[in-house]
Write a protein that binds this ligand. Structure first.
Ligand code: CAA
Length: 240
């Protein structure tokens, strides 16, 4: 029987590439999205992957959304990829408290909510694979990203703790820390800042979305069965 994989923020950017790669590898994939209905519908038309809209920063919405996925795909979640995330970049001394809250809710609380809701059934089945998408900036910090870096660092703590709690139940929990990947999110960075960031990447370029997707595929597959609590850096050597 095909394993069911759920990808949050799974219809565009890095998440879209992850959904596609998992579907191509034979998993039954559900792609969550929140804003961007037209993009999500185009993604569905292009790939045939079912799409499900809910706000991952709201616990009740996650509960309802996961139930809908399980009903539609007639099973429970075997693989969860927590990818959804947003930025609200600004220097801390100018940061609007709403932008702090919004980023923590969307990028960190969401990961707790999704894990809290799928882990019980994974424990019952004695199988699960969870991959949380963190960031190089959760490891090293970044000017203008105190909110985002705090959330992405928080994901690493959650990942390691949940990995310890879940190992005996056959569930692996790992994180990927992408560096700068060409997406709408990095396109929005001011061009002078972008050039200065590129200069710090030993491989001399931003990464591609498929280069994150292939790492997810590895971590959820049988070849990674002894890896848990790990943080995989996929960043062109930016922070080693
Ligand atoms: N390292 C050290 N100092 C830096 C710096 C850097 N990388 N970037 C900027 N600074 C310094 C500036 O020289 C400036 O110093 P002075 O005050 O002494 O002149 C100070 O920090 C303020 O910088 P700005 O003038 O740029 O401040 P601003 O308020 O105009 O802009 C900002 C703020 C728009 C957030 C801008 O700093 C910025 O774009 N930062 C980068 C944010 C970033 O990397 N976002 C990534 C988005 S993609 C993503 O998040 C995905 C992922 O996981 C990687």
């Amino acid at each position: 029987m095909k394993k069911i994989a759920l990808v949050t923020g799974g219809t565009r950017g890095i998440g879209g590439a992850i959904s596609r790669a998992l579907a191509e590898a034979g998993y039954l994939v559900a792609a969550n999205y929140h804003n961007g209905t037209a993009t999500a519908e185009k993604f569905h038309n292009d790939t045939g992957i079912p799409i499900f809209s809910w706000n991952v920063s709201d616990y009740k919405s996650c509960e309802n959304g996961i139930s809908e996925v399980c009903r539609a795909l007639d099973g429970t979640i075997d693989i969860l990829v927590n990818n959804a995330g947003i930025t609200r970049d600004s220097m801390l001394h100018k940061m609007n408290p709403d932008d702090w809250r919004l980023v923590i809710e969307n990028n960190l609380n969401s990961v707790f909510y999704m894990c809290r809701l799928v882990v019980p059934t994974m424990r019952d089945k004695k199988f699960g694979r969870i991959v949380n998408i963190s960031s190089v900036n959760g490891l090293k910090g970044q000017v203008g990203q105190s909110n985002y870096s705090a959330a992405k660092a928080g994901i690493l703590g959650l990942t390691k703790s949940l990995a310890l709690e879940s190992a005996s139940a056959g569930i692996t929990v790992n994180a990927i820390a992408p560096g700068y990947i060409s997406t709408d999110m990095t396109d929005a960075i001011r061009s002078d800042v972008k050039e200065s960031i590129k200069a710090t990447i030993p491989l001399g370029r931003f990464g591609r979305i498929d280069e994150i997707a292939s790492s997810v595929l590895f971590l959820v597959g049988d070849k990674a069965s002894f890896i848990t609590g790990a943080v995989l850096n996929v960043n062109g050597g930016q922070y080693l």
